[in-house]
Design a protein. Structure first.
Lengths: 252, 217
């Protein structure tokens, strides 16, 4: 399995708060967001390569990564223009001949869960689908299986927004729900189907629904605390969580 | 039609004895083979003996004995030396490296979009990040680019190698890595991601290959 961490965004919605600093370099404690992700992913034996996609702010993002320490597992995937996640995934699938786990670089994740999850995904991901999860226990497994036709479902904890989504959309467009999870998994056969990148759109408006229809993209399991940081408001929420639950985010 | 690279080795080499579609090692020079002291670094003192040993070690580790240096040399366009002086310097380096038994060829682009001499102020296909130099070499020496590797120090090096079709690209860690000429947004090469790995030096790469083998790269 390979991993793609998306760090090429312009971060326009956070510019008023953090200026031109790239989102993955926002620090929580001793480490920034990207360093936290890598610290969990690098020790996972089943991960062959980790692509770090950079464009805007590449120099700042790469500066503190100590890439040579993780040679040759870490690979930079540079775009002179940030075309959006759909394009990047399309490009990464050219190089990756294995399943591809895609993670947004602006996620603050509870320590210890991502590495464990990546290991589970490497074991089960190729043959079984896994569902995204977090926050509120509103759905039972059978509902999710019925709606999404997934074969493996663990405890389902989904947030409020998704409740209404499932109520409104029993059978269709389930892909867009999982965009919010910020973590996706592409099966190796995705490369064959993914013919053309959606240059001017994010993955949610671009290829994601199509890939779900093709059953090539799978949502993922997430049991721990998880914060996507793309606005000032979300940054504050993440900072509060980090302050209030220091044990959950402490890196071993 | 873009002009091709200018220099003494731009025409097909009659001395090429490489069999068809062999891999090769492509290297940048300023900041990679010797220190980057700005335009005209090649004119400064270069420790040719150390350079030769470094290239030999690399070739022995990878078991590829064809090395091609590809470089933007703006010293002529900037008036720092004449084309003849540059050719003479390049010839001196080539001759020294070849003594170690390595097949070595040095290709360079002398153009610059803001050259003081109007003769060199050309939008060419050989100035990195464009892939012209590598493509010319591939054609002239029947090199299999997909199994070749590239070592440089700037993102423009990686772009040039990637656009030419080289998969294994290594950049030496340095502060100026991302100082680059970005292609215009509508340029065909702007629609491509460039994968590369970061190394601390050529010696680092040699040591890694000696320990773990080249197949893991």
């Amino acid at each position: 399995m390979n991993v793609l961490i998306l760090c090429a965004g312009r971060g326009t919605r956070l510019q008023s708060v953090i200026g031109n600093q790239p989102k993955p370099t926002i620090k929580f404690g001793e480490s920034n967001l990207l360093q936290r992700l890598l610290r969990e992913l690098l020790p996972v034996d089943s991960i062959s390569e980790i692509y770090i996609n950079v464009s805007t702010g590449a120099k700042q993002i790469v500066k503190d990564l100590q890439l040579t320490h993780s040679f040759p597992k870490l690979c930079i995937l540079y775009e002179s223009v940030p075309w959006g996640p759909s394009f990047t995934v399309y490009e990464a699938l050219k190089f990756s001949h294995q399943g591809l786990l895609v993670i947004h670089g602006d996620l603050l994740l509870e320590s210890g869960t991502l590495g464990k999850f990546a290991t589970e995904l490497a074991i089960y991901g190729e043959e079984k689908s896994i569902i995204a999860v977090h926050e509120r226990p509103r759905f039972n497994a059978s509902q999710i299986v019925r709606v999404n036709n997934f074969s493996l479902v663990e405890e389902i904890i989904w947030r409020k927004k998704s409740v209404s989504f499932f109520e409104r959309n029993k059978d269709a467009e389930h892909g867009s729900v999982f965009v919010d999870s910020g973590i996706y998994f592409f099966t190796p056969s995705s490369r064959e189907v993914l013919k053309a990148p959606a240059f001017d759109s994010g993955i949610s408006e671009g290829l994601l629904p199509q890939l779900f229809d093709e059953k090539l993209l799978k949502a993922v399991l997430w049991k721990g605390l998880r914060f996507a940081i793309d606005t000032g408001e979300k940054l504050e929420i993440a900072k509060n969580a980090f302050r209030n639950y220091p044990d959950k985010f402490r890196i071993p | 039609m873009y002009p091709r690279a200018v220099g003494k080795n731009t025409e097909k080499s009659s001395s090429s004895s490489l069999t068809n579609y062999e891999p090769a090692i492509f290297v940048d020079v300023d900041g990679t083979l010797w220190p980057d002291k700005g335009p005209g670094s090649i004119l400064h003192d270069i420790d040719l003996a150390a350079l030769s040993i470094q290239i030999s070690n690399l070739c022995n580790a990878i078991s590829i004995y064809s090395v091609f240096a590809v470089s933007n040399q703006t010293c002529v366009a900037r008036g720092l030396c004449t084309l003849d002086e540059l050719k003479e310097r390049v010839g001196e380096i080539e001759e020294y490296i070849r003594k170690s038994g390595v097949k070595f060829d040095f290709r360079y682009c002398i153009h610059h979009p803001e050259a003081s001499d109007i003769n060199y102020r050309i939008e060419c296909s050989c100035r990195k990040p464009a892939p012209g130099l590598i493509q010319d070499i591939s054609r002239d020496f029947s090199i299999n680019l997909e199994s070749s590797l590239f070592i440089g120090d700037r993102i423009t090096d990686a772009q040039s190698a990637s656009y030419a079709g080289i998969k294994r690209i290594f950049l030496i860690d340095n502060e100026k890595m991302f100082e680059s000429n970005v292609f215009p947004i509508n340029h065909e090469y702007a629609y491509t991601s460039v994968p590369f790995r970061v190394i601390s030096s050529i010696a680092f790469l040699v040591n890694y290959i000696r320990h773990y083998g080249v197949q893991l790269l």
